[in-house]
Structures are given as structure tokens and as C-alpha cells.
Write a protein that binds this ligand. Sequence first.
Ligand SMILES: Nc1ncnc2c1ncn2[C@@H]1O[C@H](COP(=O)(O)OP(=O)(O)O)[C@@H](O)[C@H]1O
Ligand SMILES: [Mg+2]
Length: 291
Amino acid sequence: MKGWLIVNEFLNWNKFNEIHTWLLDAAKRHGISMELKTNAQVLIVLSEAKALPDLDFILFWDKDVRLAQYLEQSGYRVFNSSEAIRICDDKSLTHLTLMKAGIPMPETIIAPFTYENIGYTNVEFLDEVGSFLGFPMVVKECFGSFGQQVYLVKDMEELRDKVRQIGSKPMLFQKYIYTSFGRDLRLQVVGNEVVASMLRFSNTGDFRANLTIGGKMKPHTPTKRQWELAVESCKILGLDFGGIDLLFDDQDEPIVCEVNSNAHFKNIYDCTGINVADRIMNYLLEWKNSI
Ligand SMILES: Nc1ncnc2c1ncn2[C@@H]1O[C@H](COP(=O)(O)OP(=O)(O)O)[C@@H](O)[C@H]1O
Ligand SMILES: [Mg+2]
């Protein structure tokens, strides 16, 4: 079996390069010939004259959804699909899509769209946001990761300041799930299975449990409900694989926080010893055998 691993040319951090190496090594171990390409090496050339190679699959480890869509249109099976990546990249679209299917999530208000060169010329809508969600409240930029674009605001004044600071970037407002303060679950799904799971917790006093900002981790065995919620969410979003963050509600029941289409899996390996890259390769081989 032959394929490409597509990554971003411009995201040259160790954290990302390490994942790419893991995927390439796992492919080798599974007898899959997988070549690394960046999105700058595979340009979107909209011409009949562009010849593309014969490949069984493309493993798309990036968010360049235009390129992913172009490759799909050229006849390739792309994992994850461009549509699934597009929806997961934008937290507001993830919420809209999961809400339609009745998946439990924190109550959320999506900020009205504005234009980059205009911004919010009035913020009266924040009054309704404040009275509907209450304080403290979580504010998230729709595009962000590692907890870095997720904020807690304690009153109307902080909310207004935060919105001003975020500017015209897409954002959402969310009920603060206080029963999940500093803790969440990360479940890695491949196909119809949760292949690895960990509890993340922060004892730095931060409400966010992300490891990048000081969270700690321990292995976790998902309950039936947590497992089903993670697998079901991936199915609804059209993900072949993904990392699902779950919060705990006041009954300790899981609610979906967010879903990552290209979830990093080094931490979960350090925590559980499970190499998600191997599971993804198995999944690709099973897919190939089934067609
Ligand atoms: N509504 C919420 N209530 C309480 N904690 C939250 C809420 N949303 C997010 N968090 C915390 O913040 C962290 C980061 O939020 P998340 O939506 O996963 O963004 P990111 O993509 O940056 O990881 C979560 O892992 C969780 O610990
Ligand atoms: Mg997260």
C-alpha cells in the first residue's frame, strides 16, 4: 500500500515534526510505503494538465482544507476528509454540527460574524450573552489549540475587554462548567474504537487542563457513556480518527468540549504506552482490505 503524509510546510516546530516522524515510522512497521510531502510541495494547480501520482491513500496531517478538498476532487481518499477537518478546526462549526445530533455540550453562543477591517462597532449583543450564560464565562476563539485561545472572564467588564482584545477573529461564548475545573478527559478514537484515554488535571489553579500549559495526566479507562460519546461524535463529524476532549457535568456525566482532527498523540503515549500512530496504520490497512 502506498500513500502520502501531508503536513504543513510552515509549521516547523519540534512538536509537529515529532508526530510526523512517528507516523512515518509506524507506516514502515506496517509495511506501508508512505512519503512525506508538505502543502507547499503539492500545489493546488487547477488545470487538467497537472498529473498526480497513483496512490492508495493520503494521510492529511494538516488544516489546509483547500488542498485536502483538491486532492479529494482529484480522486484520492483523504484521511481525515477535508470536510471533517474543516468542521473540527472551527470550534463553532463543531458545536453546530454536534448540536444538530443532540450531543451534550456546554451551552454556547456563537459571536456574530464581523469583517476583519471593521471589527465590532458595537457590542450590545454582549448583554444578552452575559445574561444567558452568566459569569464566570468561557470565551474561546473559534480557531485555537493547546488551551492558548481559551479564556475565563469573571464579569461584564472583562468580557468586553476580552472581546476587544480578540478583535474581529471568530469567537464563541460558553457556559463555564465549574464541576470540570482544571480537569478533563482526552479520548483518542480510531475508527469505531477509543484506543487510548487519559485524565488531564491541573493543579496550578488554572481552569484549563491542557498539558502545554501545565496540566498533568494519568491513564483512564473510559466508562461506557464516555466511550460512546467519543465514538458517536467522531461519526457525526465524519472523522476516521480524532482526539475528543470531554468535560464533567454536575452529575459527573461527560459532555463534549471539543474535537481535534489532528490530535497530537505523544503525551497519550507517554501516559498510556499506546501508540496511536500504529492504530491509524492498522485502520488504513483494514480500510484497504475492505475495498
Ligand atoms: N466550558 C468550559 N468549562 C470549563 N472548562 C472548560 C470549558 N471549555 C474548555 N475548558 C477547559 O479549557 C481547556 C481548553 O479548551 P478547548 O476547548 O479544549 O480548547 P483547545 O483547543 O485550546 O484545547 C479544556 O481542555 C478544559 O480543561
Ligand atoms: Mg482541547
